[in-house]
Ligand binder design. Sequence first.
Ligand code: HEM
Length: 545
Amino acid sequence: MRSATNIVASVLASIVSYYLLRTVCRFLLRVSSSLPNGPSNADWLFGNQKEIWSGSTGLGEPNPLDNWHEIYGRTFTAGGFFGTQRIYSKDIKAIQHIMRNDQLYLKPPVMRNILKSILGEGTSIIVAEREEHKIQRKVMNPAFGPNEIRELTSTFFEKSIEMRDIWNSRITAEGFGKIDSVYWLSKVTVDIIGLTGFNYHFNALNDPDQTNELNRAFTTMFRSSGGWTSPWMPLLAALPQTVQQFIRAFVSVLGYDTAIKSSAECIQRQCRELMMESKAFLAATGEKDNGWSTKNLLSLILKSNMSSNTPMSDVDAIAQIPTFLIAGHDTTSLATNWALLELALHQDIQSKLGEEILSVRTAMPNVDELNALPYLDAFVRETMRLHSPITTLNRVATQDDIIPLTYAFTDRNGIVHNELPVRKGQLIHLTLHQVHTDKSLWGPHADEFRPDRWLNVPNGVQAIPGVWSNLLTFWGGTHGCMGWRFSVTEMKVFLFVLLRSFHFELGVPKDELTVLKMASIWQRPSLKSAPMKTELPLIIRPFKV
Ligand code: HEM
């Protein structure tokens, strides 16, 4: 017993000494380095990450990143874990450079560790890099071409109409109903990605008791905001695997959200079963069967997995399922929540959009008819600009480099630099939301919701690189979002169906709303009284023409 205690004590002592030594070295390096200026380190363990990871701000109020950009300029340094330094930049040239050099700037190991803990051991497209990433992308990209999305639009409509009918049934004799759009949009988007990507019926819209285990696991995972807002999560993930396992074995609390862990295990198990069942089905029937389209995401993955020519391994194929289920539902659902919130806040915009949508003769337009609606298009772009669901993107430099800049920065010693020298291992956060609200690019009202700005886009924004709409919402380059077309069309369909039936108002006073930061990279509308619950109460009234 005593020897076990001694072993534990000496392992702990070694870990502590290692990190203390590393912190001292990093402190000395920081003092002598030419890193951009920035806020002082709030504490030795978390640096400034607690401020960045946790907390919420009122609607439209600046968050710490806004404030630091305001004080220190487009590029600044803030403290990371264990005395490390992280660079934050919204400089367009720096962003272009990092986007183009994606063989050099990769997803940081902490990010990959967190993703893998959710998606399983396999390497899915969101974790893969370089050659492996290129091969996977080639396999799955055909599922997201313009013609494929055209075909999926009928499913977007079917599910939106199903949701609309449920909302209709909530309208009381008093002539209005109250709904939580966060709940419903998360259900409809999970139903859609399940069906369109994997022929899988979550039936989430019609499963209030959550009898479907996968549906239950997704709800727990995305409603467990506690874990996503705790800076302990990335801190643990920043440690070497063995140290993480050691700490988890001896310290069970530490703010680590066990709900996320158990739902991740359930998701991985269910996805493994889905893959194996589908593989057996495909092997038995061949792809001529009705349920299988040649360019359906699951059949593309399975075909690659079963091919004799550089096949995708079983674990990698399985990891793609939760990747797309997660990437393909929470983001669009979040963006649509922000869209409904803006409609409720701006009745004039709601009327204008409603008029345009009601002027369409058919209740089920095709993609071209939807895309021909200029105000709907401008409204969706403005939502994706001001409320980009992903607010920052993280990369690590895999070798020393010099990053070009549009704007010079001042280092901690007061010296001005026109370029940003980075060392191998340097973490860089690209602050996408701050690019989207930069007044020098978008004009003095950059932080206001004004869809009309898209009818006359300022010239400066042409320099913003991005796969869609001079925005960084869907990133760009070889790692640009695969689902941007899917998501934009899906959101247009939701708005089209909902605005033909309802008028929206806020279900709570505006100052009761707050913006909850999650995992430092995405933000949700929520209520001040219960920020972790993430709900958005809206009042719906049937639309009378
Ligand atoms: C509003 C909705 C969405 C937003 C804001 C969004 C945003 C993004 C961003 C910023 C990235 C780059 C992440 C990085 O490299 O660190 C990304 C990648 C990705 N997204 Fe989306 N996404 C959305 C919807 C979707 C949908 C609907 C799907 C699939 C159906 C999808 C699938 C993917 C995949 C597979 C990647 C990885 C691409 C790669 O690394 O090659 N996304 N997304």
